[in-house]
Design a binder for this molecule. Structure first.
Ligand SMILES: Nc1ncnc2c1ncn2[C@@H]1O[C@H](COP(=O)(O)OP(=O)(O)OP(=O)(O)O)[C@@H](O)[C@H]1O
Length: 313
């Protein structure tokens, strides 16, 4: 990217309130060309709100949002940007009484369809059937073909893999990776941490409308530390397992789970004082690390148990 080229997606102090209800507040970040960027956060955090503003579907209360350098609140600039944009909404709705082929024809007239054939081979749908008769997975596949068949420079997607079976999900991740290799940008919200780990270069985590983390997946995981699970024959005093290097400690049914910042000496010294019945040491998983950001309930948030995060491997 030449330094003069604006970022494909840029939010600057973006704020959106629905009356008194906060959607997003003071959101600032940019997505670089060729990035696969994951937008994460618990239910109600503000992900869809930010996406709706970016697509010009919702007006910001304050701040700015731009797509490919175009101000999304300016109708002419937005129309220009949308020709180079692919969009996958969270709830795919089409006019029911038309065939899949007619849906694609409609989008082809608006934006082009040079990749229609190739994408239909990878995401096959019953083209001659009314969309009304489609399963939710087929609807989603049709939406993927519609969103990507004009080879958009930027794709914005709200939970794009919901309803897709694992093979189709995999095909979709490969599509995103090919786009990255070709310098095209992909931005999507997700609750599926395994997919974030697999495909995202960078993530932004939003909570209560505010950005609380913005980093590469690699860095976030590297800072996640090591998880030590240990079962002891004795019950150590409460403070005995709290020492330098311990980030977090949880006790459940006589088993201790200790998150360590890559320092083992103090732990080994301390365990030497007890009878160790069981010991497991592993790198923190993306679930361990991200749950920390989803955190405990706070002003109107729902807690980790209710945040809908899929922690499937
Ligand atoms: N049209 C609306 N009118 C009023 N409040 C709204 C509206 N849309 C969203 N909100 C509120 O804005 C906040 C952010 O919601 P948003 O849908 O953006 O979250 P989200 O991160 O996309 O959640 P989810 O993961 O559940 O899809 C929530 O408190 C929500 O109730």
């Amino acid at each position: 990217m030449s330094s003069a080229e604006p970022p494909p997606i840029e939010l600057e102090s973006l704020t959106k309130y629905y009356g008194d209800v906060r959607g997003v507040e003071d959101l600032t970040f940019a997505v670089d060309r060729g990035e696969i960027f994951g937008f994460l956060g618990p239910n109600g955090a503000g992900k869809s709100t930010a996406i709706r503003v970016l697509l010009g579907l919702s007006k910001p209360t304050d701040g700015t949002a731009s797509l490919l350098g175009r101000d999304v609140t300016d109708r002419t600039e937005l129309r220009d940007a949308k020709r180079r944009l692919g969009y996958l909404p969270s709830d795919v709705t089409f006019y029911d009484r038309v065939t899949g082929a007619a849906v694609l024809d409609h989008f082809a007239r608006l934006r082009g369809d040079e990749r229609r054939g190739d994408l239909l081979e990878r995401f096959p749908v019953p083209l001659d059937r009314n969309v009304k008769a489609y399963s939710s997975g087929n609807r989603q596949k049709l939406a993927i073909v519609a969103a990507f068949m004009h080879e958009p420079e930027v794709a914005i997607m709200d939970e794009p893999t919901s309803g897709l079976d694992p093979l189709v999900q995999n095909e979709f991740y490969e599509l995103l990776e090919e786009r990255r290799d070709a310098g095209r940008t992909s931005f999507f919200s997700s609750h599926i941490l395994s997919e974030v780990r697999r495909v995202c270069d960078r993530v932004g985590i939003i909570r209560n409308g505010r950005l609380i983390e913005l980093d590469t997946v690699e860095n976030i995981l590297a800072e996640g530390g090591t998880v030590v699970t240990v079962r002891l024959a004795e019950e150590p005093p409460a403070a005995a397992l709290e020492f330098a290097g311990v980030v977090r400690i949880d006790r459940r049914d006589g088993t201790y789970q200790i998150v360590l910042s890559h320092e083992f000496d103090a732990l080994i010294d301390r365990l030497d004082e007890y009878t160790v019945l069981d010991l497991e040491v592993r790198e923190a998983s993306i679930e361990d690390v991200f749950m920390h950001f989803y955190g405990t309930p706070a002003d109107g948030d729902r807690g980790p148990a209710a945040n809908g995060v899929d922690t499937a491997p």
